[in-house]
Design a protein around this ligand. Structure first.
Ligand SMILES: Cc1cc2nc3c(=O)[nH]c(=O)nc-3n(C[C@H](O)[C@H](O)[C@H](O)COP(=O)(O)O)c2cc1C
Length: 220
């Protein structure tokens, strides 16, 4: 698979098979992805790999919290408030497409919330990573986290593994930080669920749209 093919094929997976994944293989991917560029070669990503029995314990613990409706205030703003156009419509579209595939109408808020809660079981993925950053890093280093995460997801794609980046963990950062033993000087950015895609599941049956280049690409 070429890089271009991996870029074209990658999509966020929201239903995984429970098949175990080789932790050593994924660790190797995480190390390979550290070839991602970062401003000043600062390499600000701090990565926590979760799998096996620890993953089972994590999932049980977070399920209890989610069932009780416990959430933390995010440590960073996940979106600007309000989210203006055209960004708002683009965000809305992906949610609507997903719930249409799942057959959950807009009025059924409870069913939508229940589906959303699958985020906190990594959509069934057997493995995940958490991406953190030193609290003293600034905006530029946060963008480097994105470069690292994109590299990880493309390498996984090449290996036939699916992924879903997840900033939903920002509202469970206290539980995550404590569980993984994150030092106080680090802040959680996001998770990445990793596993084999359940290709039969309707939620995995669509590719998200992209804005036309005229919206965001200009000759300078
Ligand atoms: C940093 C980041 C955080 C994300 N957080 C979530 C999340 O919490 N839950 C989720 O279902 N998808 C999440 N996504 C997936 C996006 O919704 C998805 O990338 C976008 O809709 C484009 O679709 P695609 O990845 O299939 O191309 C996240 C993606 C990124 C890059």
């Amino acid at each position: 698979m070429s890089v271009a093919e991996a870029v074209a094929a990658r999509r966020s997976c929201r239903a995984f098979l429970s098949d175990a994944i080789d932790a050593d293989f994924v660790r190797d991917v995480l190390v390979k992805a550290s070839r991602a560029a970062s401003g000043g070669n600062v390499q600000p990503w701090r990565i926590y790999l979760l799998h096996g029995k620890r993953m089972d314990t994590f999932k049980a613990g977070i399920a209890e919290r989610v069932a009780k409706g416990l959430v933390d205030t995010p440590e960073y703003p996940v979106y600007p408030s309000p989210l203006k156009e055209p960004y708002r419509t683009q965000r809305f579209a992906v949610g609507e497409e997903m719930y249409a595939r799942l057959g959950i109408p807009r009025e059924d808020k409870m069913a939508r919330l229940e589906w959303f809660a699958n985020n906190y079981q990594f959509f069934g993925a057997p493995m995940a990573v958490f991406v953190a950053v030193d609290i003293d890093m600034v905006t530029a280093q946060w963008t480097d986290l994105g470069g690292y995460m994109a590299t990880v997801t493309l390498l996984l794609e090449e290996a036939g593994l699916a992924s879903c980046s997840q900033e939903c963990w920002s509202v469970q950062h206290k539980f995550v930080s404590k569980f993984v033993g994150m030092p106080a000087k680090e802040m959680l950015f996001a998770g990445i669920a990793i596993g084999k895609a359940d290709v039969e599941h309707p939620v995995n049956g669509f590719m998200t749209a992209r804005a036309a280049p005229e919206v965001w690409l200009r000759d300078a």
